[in-house]
Design a protein around this ligand. Structure first.
Ligand SMILES: C[S@@+](CC[C@H](N)C(=O)[O-])C[C@H]1O[C@@H](n2cnc3c(N)ncnc32)[C@H](O)[C@@H]1O
Length: 222
């Protein structure tokens, strides 16, 4: 999987160099390239935003630098081009599988009031939101989507760890415990230390169902 991220704030992407995604990048399982849109500004002051036509508060990202950056990074339109936008389709676990079917993603991050509409009309395949709230920029959404997609790339996380996770079969995951067996008076359920794998599986399934009912009853309607 190759992911190109286009942003005015490349420094914000340091978190993707850490932990599991950082290791996946280092080992070459995923390729993440962050491109600074400002490098594609033709303005002598590298300006990338301007006032909005029609009046109103806030600045809009100008089309030229963004269009130049997209054309430079993805000249043959081989990437699925996605604009991070609160107006877009809400990203969910279902979309992870869809995005994994592409070899290459281009995630475009807006900032300020957003990006000139002509960029979306000319270059973008779809708009995607990470939830019904407005953030200051598309950088966190791009990191959220990158993380959620990359953990499913072969070899990034063991297949076993991805089994029975929350959202599998429209259930949330069962409770997890580790050592010590007793913490502040609370004990690990006996079944988990019984060594009886069939009973452990049964307990986990039943706890998943109970927790889903309690925390996410909406999933059971799906
Ligand atoms: C302040 S927002 C612009 C909001 C825009 N004026 C509106 O009302 O729809 C700036 C940028 O943050 C990003 N953004 C904000 N909220 C987002 C969300 N929930 N999901 C994805 N991207 C978001 C988008 O790239 C957007 O262009």
């Amino acid at each position: 999987m190759k992911i190109d991220i286009l942003t005015l704030f490349p420094e914000m992407f340091k978190p993707l160099t850490e932990s599991i995604i950082g290791r996946a990048v280092k080992s070459g399982k995923v390729e993440i390239t962050v491109t600074d849109i400002r490098d594609y500004s033709t303005d002598k002051h590298k300006r990338c935003d301007d006032y909005t036509f029609g009046g109103g508060a806030g600045m809009v990202m100008m089309p030229e630098p963004v269009g130049n950056a997209i054309e430079a990074v993805d000249p043959d339109h081989s990437a699925r081009r996605i604009y991070m936008s609160p107006k877009g389709k809400t990203f969910s676990q279902k979309e992870v599988a869809t995005l994994l079917s592409y070899d290459r993603l281009l995630l475009l991050c807006g900032h300020y009031e957003g990006i000139d509409q002509r960029i979306i009309d000319l270059y973008i395949d779809e708009e995607m939101s990470i939830g019904d709230y407005v953030l200051t920029g598309g950088e966190l959404p791009a990191m959220v989507i990158t993380d959620a997609v990359c953990r499913y790339v072969d070899g990034v996380i063991s297949k076993d760890s991805l089994k029975n996770e929350t959202f599998t079969d429209n259930l949330v995951e069962y409770p997890q415990y580790t050592r010590p067996q007793e913490y502040k008076g609370l004990k690990v359920p006996d079944v988990l230390i019984s060594g009886n794998h069939a009973e452990v599986d049964k307990w986990r399934k039943s706890e998943s169902e109970k927790l889903t009912e309690l925390l996410r009853p909406d999933l059971l309607d799906k």
